[in-house]
Design a protein around this ligand. Sequence first.
Ligand code: NAD
Length: 321
Amino acid sequence: MLIVPEREISNLMTRDAAFEAVEKAFAAMASEDAYNFPVIREAIGHEDALYGFKGGFDRAGLTLGLKAGGYWPHNLEKRGEINHQSTVFLFDPDTGKAKAMVGGNLLTALRTAAASSVSIKHLARKDAKVLGMIGAGHQATFQLRAALETHRFKKVIGWNFHPDMLPNIEKVANEAGVPFEAVDLPSMRDADVIISITSAFAPSLMADHVSPGTHVACMGTDTKGKQEVEAALLARASVFTDEVAQSISIGEAQHAIAEGLIKESDVAQLGAVINGTHKGRASDDEITLFDGTGVGLQDLAVAASVVDLAVAKGIAIEVDF
Ligand code: NAD
C-alpha cells in the first residue's frame, strides 16, 4: 500500500491537476460511469466533532474509495491543529485490497476550488471581466486563486459578512496582479461571475443583486439548513450542480425546492455540459448557477492524481500491508 502524507501534498498537487481530475470526475458522473455512495455524517458526541464518509466508484478511471473525516471545532485552540481533518483511502477495484492512504486536508480545498473553476470554464460568458467574491475565509482564497487562473478577469470585487476578513482575498487578487475593490451586496450587479463561499444559514446575495448573463457558483452550502443566495435566484437561473441528489437535499437548491420555486428536473449536471449532452449556457443574457455541494468522487479523483504524482517523483511511501 502507498502512503502520501499531508505534508507532501503541497509539493505535489497543482491547481491544473486538480482542475483536470475534477472535470473528468464530473463528466464520468454524468455519463453514469461513476457514482457516489450515500454520505454518512455523524455528530459523534466527543469533542463536538462531526465525522463522516464520502465515497464512490469511478468505473472509467477505476477509482474506488472514500474520504473519512470531518470537523473538530476545538482542534486549533486546544492543540494547534486545523479544525477540518480528512484522509482519503483508495482501494484496488479488482481485488478490494487497500491501495493508498492520502492526506485529504489540502486536497479538499483544491478540489472545491477546482469545482467552481470548472463551472466557470463551462458556464460563464467568455467575455466575463469582473469576478465577485462573497466570502473571505479559508476556502475563499482557494476559490479565488483557481478562478483567476481559469479565466482572465480584469477586476475582483468582494463582500464579506465580516469585513475585517476581506484582506484575505484582496491579498490573493493583488498577488495575481488583479485590482480588488470591497463593495456592498447590490454592487454585485457589476460582476459577470460571482463565487459565494460562506458558512451562512441565511441568504446574502438576493436575486436582484445579480445581473442578466452572470454565472454564479454557490460553493458554501453543503449541509441541510445552510443558505447563501435567495431561493428566487434559482428560479431565475439555469441551475447546474455536481450531483442532483445532493443539490436538492443539502445544496443551495434545497430551499428553492422546498419553496416550490423549482423542481428536481430543473437541476442539471455540470458533467452533462462537459460531455456535450447538455448545451449549457443558452444565451448571453441567461443567469447560470452552479450549486457545488462537494462529492466523494472529487476527493477520490484528486487523491488518485496525487498518488500518481507521488509515485512518479519517488515520494510515495510503500508499506507492506
Ligand atoms: P471559514 O470559517 O474560513 O470562513 C467562513 C466564511 O463565511 C467567512 O467568509 C465568514 O465571514 C462567512 N460567514 C460566517 N457567518 C456568516 C453569515 N452569517 N453570513 C454570511 N457569511 C458568513 O470557512 P471556509 O473553510 O472558508 O468554508 C466556507 C464554507 O464552505 C463552509 O460552509 C464549508 O462547509 C463550505 N465548504 C464547501 C465545500 C464544497 O465542496 N461545497 C468544500 C469545503 C468547504
